[in-house]
Design a protein around this ligand. Structure first.
Ligand SMILES: Cc1cc2nc3c(=O)[nH]c(=O)nc-3n(C[C@H](O)[C@H](O)[C@H](O)COP(=O)(O)OP(=O)(O)OC[C@H]3O[C@@H](n4cnc5c(N)ncnc54)[C@H](O)[C@@H]3O)c2cc1C
Length: 252
């Protein structure tokens, strides 16, 4: 028998974006239906991700970044979602990058965001695995955290299912249609179930073929591939926290 149901909010996709949209709606007391096409999320949020680095954000995104970091830490106090409090370090390897670090420090001082400039010697002492000659100077952000991408989202989803009675999480459910309706919005799943809500938020990552394909086809967005790689285990190399250098810091 085909199922049907009305909720306040439907969220499509349970990567970081969809899961935390659902989280905020649930915090506000809304009834949320969160749908994920895979048996468990396994896209960008699981394959990439991990550095929680507000220092790389400008303007209001910095404020959002601070709030996100606080939310990760709040949930971590209740259940282990893999948050590690090891900070971030930006490493400068040439004159341009040294200049950038000093500019960044002054911006962060204006924001009262804690930072620490580290000499080459201090860097080598703090992170012995780093190539000392590469590291000219570094800027350390002690408040920033890391998360484990292969654990975080699964643990957050488990936490939310335990915490919020108003959450209906449906994995292995592909939303194939999302259209306006008298109640607000109607979605149809691959199984032919129909759900309605006041609103829907589509957080489908780079899956541009199923929902609104014309919209994306005409958007000019080009899908490119950029994946993290997993190394063989190297227990002899300890690199705690987020380490950013080269093009990564120049991007910011
Ligand atoms: C190399 C690399 C490194 C990165 N490092 C970081 C980092 O250190 N820190 C950081 O904050 N960000 C990082 N990012 C960015 C981060 O990975 C993404 O911004 C984030 O994971 C995107 O989350 P998302 O929920 O939008 O997408 P996704 O994680 O892709 O989630 C989308 C979900 O929607 C589901 N879905 C799609 N279509 C449907 C449908 N029709 N019905 C049901 N479900 C559907 C998919 O199955 C998927 O689970 C990195 C990105 C890259 C490429």
């Amino acid at each position: 028998m085909k199922r049907t149901k009305h909720v306040d909010l439907i969220v499509v996709g349970s990567g970081a974006l969809g899961t935390f949209h659902a989280y905020h709606a649930l915090q506000s007391g809304l009834r949320v239906l969160l749908m994920e096409m895979d048996p468990r999320p396994m896209q960008a949020t699981v394959r990439n991700f991990g550095q929680v680095v507000p220092s790389g954000m400008a303007g209001r995104w910095f404020t959002y970044g601070l709030r996100s970091t606080a939310i990760y830490s709040e949930i971590q106090q209740t259940t282990d979602i893999s948050v590690r409090n090891n900070g971030s370090v930006y490493i400068a390897s040439n004159d341009d990058e040294v200049k950038l670090l000093h500019e960044l420090k002054s911006i962060m001082d204006d924001r009262n965001y804690p930072t620490e400039l580290l000499s080459q010697e201090s860097c080598a002492h703090k992170w012995p695995a780093l190539n000392k000659s590469y590291c000219r100077e570094a800027l350390f952000f002690p408040k920033e955290v890391s998360v484990e991408p292969d654990k975080l989202i699964h643990r957050v989803l488990a936490f939310m299912q335990e915490t919020f009675e108003l959450l209906d999480y449906q994995p292995a459910t592909t939303v194939i249609e999302c259209v306006p309706s008298a109640q607000g919005v109607q979605v149809v799943t691959h199984a032919g179930d129909t759900f309605t809500a006041e609103k829907a938020i589509v957080c489908s990552g780079n899956e541009f073929r199923i929902l609104f394909p014309d919209h994306f086809r005409n958007s000019g967005i080009i899908v490119s591939k950029l994946h993290m790689v997993r190394t063989v285990p190297m227990p002899e190399v300890a690199l705690p926290g987020n380490i950013l250098t080269g093009l990564t810091i120049r991007r910011y």
